[in-house]
Ligand binder design. Structure first.
Ligand code: MG
Length: 163
């Protein structure tokens, strides 16, 4: 078995045309919100953290090394593309996701109403059952940048098992 940890944070700003925020997307699911992530790709902090957890578990370069934010090819890119590459490398190493546990920390939007949809979508991307993908939503109790709604933070732990 191999275990990996992933972490990501993205600044949240008003969405265009009021600011630099991209449409809010989490785990590949669009969620209505007046703010969105600032990032080189689509800014999906959850998929980025999952990608890094898998890459970390197999001892490979991280998402920033594989897909540098200086490369225009990744501008606005659907982060499912990055996850697919991590999954490809995981499978090449003879492993699959046993289970994955994610914690999303943001003041808004609320994660509860979209939790099932995100779990199901990520399970499809990973080729596992929905039960193998857990998601927890928390606030930051209104303090600091995350609590003031100016950022979203994600932690992920993934356990990989022989395929
Ligand atoms: Mg990121």
């Amino acid at each position: 078995m191999r275990i990996g940890h992933g972490y990501d944070l993205h600044r949240l700003e008003p969405v265009a045309p009021d600011g630099a925020g991209r449409p809010f997307v989490l785990g590949g699911v669009r969620v209505p919100h007046d703010r969105g992530p600032v990032g080189h790709s689509d800014g999906d902090a959850l998929l980025h953290a999952v990608t890094d957890a898998i890459l970390g578990a197999i001892g490979q370069p991280d998402i920033g090394q594989l897909f540098p934010d200086t490369d225009p090819a990744w501008s606005g890119k659907d982060s499912a593309h990055f996850l697919a590459e991590a999954v490809r490398r995981m499978q090449a190493a003879g492993l699959r996701v046993g289970n994955l546990d994610a914690t999303v920390i943001c003041e808004r939007p609320k994660i509860g109403p979209v939790k099932s949809q995100i779990r199901e979508h990520m399970a499809r991307l990973l080729g596992v059952s929905t039960e193998a993908v857990n998601l927890k939503g928390k606030t930051h109790e209104k303090v600091d940048a995350v609590g003031e709604g100016r950022a979203i933070e994600v932690h992920v732990v993934a356990l990989l098992v022989p395929a």
